[in-house]
Design a protein around this ligand. Sequence first.
Ligand code: PLP
Length: 227
Amino acid sequence: MPAPPFDPAAARADILERIGRAAKAADRDPSEVVLVAVSKQQPWDAIRPVLDAGQTVFGENRVQEAESRWADRREGLDLRLIGPLQTNKARDAVALFDVIETLDRERLAKSLAEEFDRQGRVLRLYVQVNTGEEPQKAGVAPAGADAFVQLCRTIYGLGIEGLMCIPPECEPAAPHFALLAKIAARNGLAKLSMGMSADFELAVRLGATSVRVGSALFGERPAHQDA
Ligand SMILES: *Cc1c(COP(=O)(O)O)cnc(C)c1O
């Protein structure tokens, strides 16, 4: 028997329900947790039913791809950049997004501060922390996170809303989520972007205020592209 076609609207309802249960299990209010729908590389046929179901928060990892998908229909949406940002794309990113979750170096802090001034627009910002200290991964090292948050605040006048992490693929995620929560707490940051399709319930139990879910919501991304 062939598998039934993937139903993104039903998947969304199921994910929201699981977020709610995980929040309650941790004595948290489910409304404290935002579902970020990671629409990168997804065909419009998969995205439309999720939009129609009332989803307003979307995550993208590339500026240009996000522009082509959302520029004409971004009214009422909360668009978040969750992939690395090159300084030469800062202008376009500031013009398009509401949130940048991948602030991780001084040059980028400087570019963003300049663009906020120039465009008269202030985005919400998350500092990405490379909790697994993986050489190939973006993010500030855990040991440098406090100083970097301070630098953003004091030198560049940036408001930092929270922290974001992507744990190493082949390790249990819980210690990484716990580490991110600890760094946030000691820096007075209330928001934690952590948890993806495979582990968002765990992330909610450990304090996530937003979870970034792609494949569990829209179905698998086309296989030949990177993540
Ligand atoms: C692609 C991506 C996700 C979503 O991953 P899924 O496993 O498909 O849920 C979340 N966060 C980041 C930073 C991503 O690049």
